[in-house]
Design a protein around this ligand. Structure first.
Ligand code: GLA
Length: 383
């Protein structure tokens, strides 16, 4: 994608602003396992991928900033003095949020222009939003020599999402997008923000993503609701976060909370254990075990944490029925987006053909198949 997209972005930038920009590439992410554990200060296991956003940025001669989205074919001009979130502002709020969060740190920036585009399908659970936020904060840091560290940048991105988009997300997406490395997944501790990089070699298997191409509404409020439940249970247990809870601890307070909240909390405790087991399995080249954990994770997300949907469950069910698919689960926040599958390389063509047909029959809608590579995190593109 890089080449054509960069040419296109450059052309638009020079025509519109008559100056030469710098380019930042910021990737989306997958997550092998560890869903809804990040905001519980637990463990996740994501990796950056070769789908991403490219942002061109340069200082502006005027007092105004102009943003151009190639993919949405939209343009927006604003003053740095007025950064209020826009109602139904979509992509614009991610950018305004990042600028506002930089300003909140007492850092001053001057006006600039941006043209950006990419190939991460929106709403697919591949974190196009984190990729965009990171590309903006990284670009501003380069352009104005702000001296921010990568860690400071990802927290700015995360806060932009909290305060300008209204999703109280964890740190997984921004972390993976910023710190990703080729062929390596990040076993991240979301309390210490330290990650161990683990080589991903799945032997005769490969990762395949299947996009349901649906994103059910209300997923944002459902996300925040889940987070509130976890926080409520943690405070009942007198601990900082569910990361510190054991299954026994939860049993102790079971009578004080609803069955739904108990199951949600239990899911978090168990998912945290699964992430650690998955890392061990990979270290021992036990790909079958890794696959098994993925199926268990989906089961928890579907039945305990309740963030799946009919389309995702259908894809995982079909995967399970096929012995060549050794693991599958929904990925990301839920309520739509992609499943991640571990499939025998030889059997992949048949499986994806079959599942695509079945999906079409069932939902009268197409699913999309992506083969992704594990790639480098946010970086400046050399010209
Ligand atoms: C979204 C959020 C992440 C994480 C996942 C679920 O992608 O942005 O912080 O909570 O959902 O694991």
């Amino acid at each position: 994608m890089n080449h054509i997209l960069i040419e296109n972005i450059t052309k638009v930038f020079i025509e519109k602003f008559q100056s030469k920009p710098i380019f930042i590439k910021s990737p989306g992410r997958i997550n092998l396992i560890g869903e809804h554990t990040d905001y519980n200060e637990g463990f996740v296991f994501p990796a950056a991928i070769n789908k991403g956003i490219i942002t061109a940025i340069q200082k502006s001669d005027s007092d105004f900033c102009t943003l151009i989205s190639i993919d949405f074919n939209e343009e927006y001009t604003f003053s740095l003095k007025n950064l209020d979130p826009i109602k139904n502002g979509g992509w614009k709020n991610y950018i305004l949020g990042v600028i506002a969060e930089i300003q909140k740190k007492g850092i001053e920036i001057k006006a600039f222009n941006i043209v950006f585009g990419g190939d991460i399908p929106i709403g697919s659970g591949l974190s196009s939003s984190a990729a965009l936020e990171n590309s903006i904060v990284y670009g501003l840091n380069e352009l104005f020599k702000l001296g921010l560290t990568k860690k400071e940048m990802i927290f700015i991105s995360q806060k932009a999402e909290h305060n300008y988009v209204g999703v109280r997300c964890g740190i997984m997406d921004q972390y993976a997008s910023m710190f990703g490395e080729e062929n390596r997944a990040l076993f991240l501790d979301c309390r210490t923000f330290e990650a161990t990089k683990i080589n991903i070699d799945l032997k005769e298997y490969q990762l395949v993503l299947i996009n349901t191409n649906v994103k059910h509404s209300l997923s944002e409020s459902a996300y925040n609701d889940r987070r509130s439940v976890c926080e409520k249970v943690a405070s009942l247990l007198n601990i900082f976060a569910l990361r510190d809870a054991s299954e026994e601890d939860l049993l102790q307070i079971k009578s004080k909370i609803s069955e739904e909240d108990y199951q949600k909390s239990l899911y978090v405790v168990q998912e945290n254990q699964r992430v650690q087991q998955a890392v061990e399995a990979l270290k021992n080249n036990d790909i079958l075990m890794l696959g098994k954990l993925l199926y268990e994770s989906h089961n928890g997300l579907q039945n305990q944490y309740k963030v799946s949907c009919e389309e995702l469950d259908f894809l995982v069910k079909k995967a399970k029925e096929n012995l060549n698919v050794i693991g599958a689960r929904m990925m990301g926040g839920g309520f739509g987006g992609c499943t991640i599958n571990i499939i025998s390389k030889k059997a992949t063509p048949n499986f994806v053909k079959e599942v695509s047909e079945l999906y079409h029959e069932k939902f009268n809608n197409e699913c999309s198949i992506y083969f992704v590579e594990i790639s480098e995190g946010t970086h400046l593109l050399k010209q």
